[in-house]
Design a protein around this ligand. Structure first.
Ligand code: GTP
Ligand code: MG
Length: 341
């Protein structure tokens, strides 16, 4: 596929969806032209609010993201640009790690297509993994940067909160919403997986189902353990705004009816305000970009080292380690110093 780079970029900046979709495909396929275009677009990014939505398979992420996108679109106006106010625009990135649980994702996508189709202010993209999850995380970060540069006010990133790669994807976000639901048996699991540690907002979805109260209680006690010295639940009207430390609010939602969605939108905005006023946004971006660059550098260095220099030697070292002749750390040292006999 050959596309003129400048027209690709200019069309995307002008709001063209066809070229936007085309670039996302280039990026997903790790096409070099995708990276070139991203490089040109990157200076236009940094304005969108990035919201990560994660939770166990079937907890209702897709349904909730669909509702939230519609709500934001219909109720929020962008800050004035030329004196006029415009409804916000929303991009949705659904990350499907092609897990055996992905059945629900298809259903979710169908719901979305019915509800949101035809609204030019909403753009939906599914990212499927074609191989390593690490690759998916990389492609997703880049896709989010493209959507940000393309001018969307919000980018909602939906991912199953199952493993390291998903946590990595969520770290791209400014605000992370972790979804639990009764009847999945995932309450304790979520806490164990450390997924609560990345939560800025906690949602108990499917609050219409029995057991929702129990899920709520489990989350409340988990949060109170994490924030012992502070009042656990911010008062209803505050939702954490103005507190020196952000305490993740816990919200009850019924995504299928939209109950609780306005509160969620308010909490997201509250967290956004908190990030801006506390300096936390700058700190987070700094930490995130540093670790992202270190990781990219690491990947490149390893690939180069193995490719240009020590592919065979690496295999030899690996064999020696497996035969218990050399300890792995020493083996790597010897490889780097080229002292492997
Ligand atoms: N009762 C009830 N059911 C819900 C609610 N929200 C979602 N569901 C249902 O739960 C099922 C899963 O919803 P999805 O939105 O596909 O969940 P998901 O977390 O995106 O699923 P995966 O993408 O497969 O991980 C669907 O049958 C939804 O209709 C809710 O608030 N109450
Ligand atoms: Mg889904």
């Amino acid at each position: 596929m050959t596309v003129d780079l400048n027209s690709l970029v200019n069309n995307i900046l002008a709001g063209d969806r066809y070229f936007l979709a085309k670039l996302l495909t280039l990026i997903e396929n790790d096409h070099p032209q995708g990276l070139d275009a991203l490089n040109l677009l990157y200076p236009h990014s940094g304005k969108a609010h990035l919201v990560g939505i994660t939770g166990a398979p079937g907890s209702g992420k897709s349904t909730l993201v669909n509702r939230l996108a519609g709500y934001l679109r219909n109720n929020l106006l962008n800050p004035t640009q030329d004196g006029e106010q415009y409804p916000v625009t929303v991009a949705i990135v659904a990350v499907d790690p092609s897990s055996p649980f992905s059945g629900g994702a298809i259903l979710g996508d169908r719901i979305r297509m019915r509800d949101l189709a035809g609204d030019p202010g909403i753009f939906i993209r599914s990212m499927a993994s074609r191989g390593a999850l690490g690759g998916l995380a990389k492609a997703t970060s880049s896709a989010v940067e493209v959507l940000d540069a393309a001018g969307f006010s919000f980018v909602l990133i939906e991912t199953v909160g199952a493993g390291q790669a998903e946590v990595e994807i969520v770290r791209t976000a400014h605000t992370t919403v972790v979804i639990s639901a009764p009847g999945l048996g995932d309450d304790v699991q979520a806490i164990k997986a450390g997924i609560l540690e990345i939560a800025d907002i906690l949602v108990v979805n499917k609050s219409d189902l029995p057991g929702a109260d129990n899920t709520l209680r489990i989350l409340q006690s988990a949060i109170s353990m994490g924030y012992p010295a502070t009042q656990v639940l911010p008062s209803e009207d505050q939702k954490g705004i103005g507190t020196p430390q952000w305490i993740p609010p816990i919200l009850s939602v019924v995504a299928t009816t939209g109950e609780g969605i306005p509160d969620l939108a308010e909490a997201i905005n509250g967290h956004r305000q908190y990030l801006d006023t506390s300096g936390e946004k700058i700190r987070r971006e700094h930490t995130y970009m540093r670790s992202r660059m270190e990781q990219l550098l690491g990947d490149q260095l390893v690939a180069r080292f193995l490719n240009d220099y020590a592919g065979d030697k690496f295999e030899k070292a690996l064999k020696l380690v497996l035969e218990r002749e050399i300890e792995p750390r020493r083996a790597v040292e010897l490889l780097i110093q080229d002292k492997l006999s």
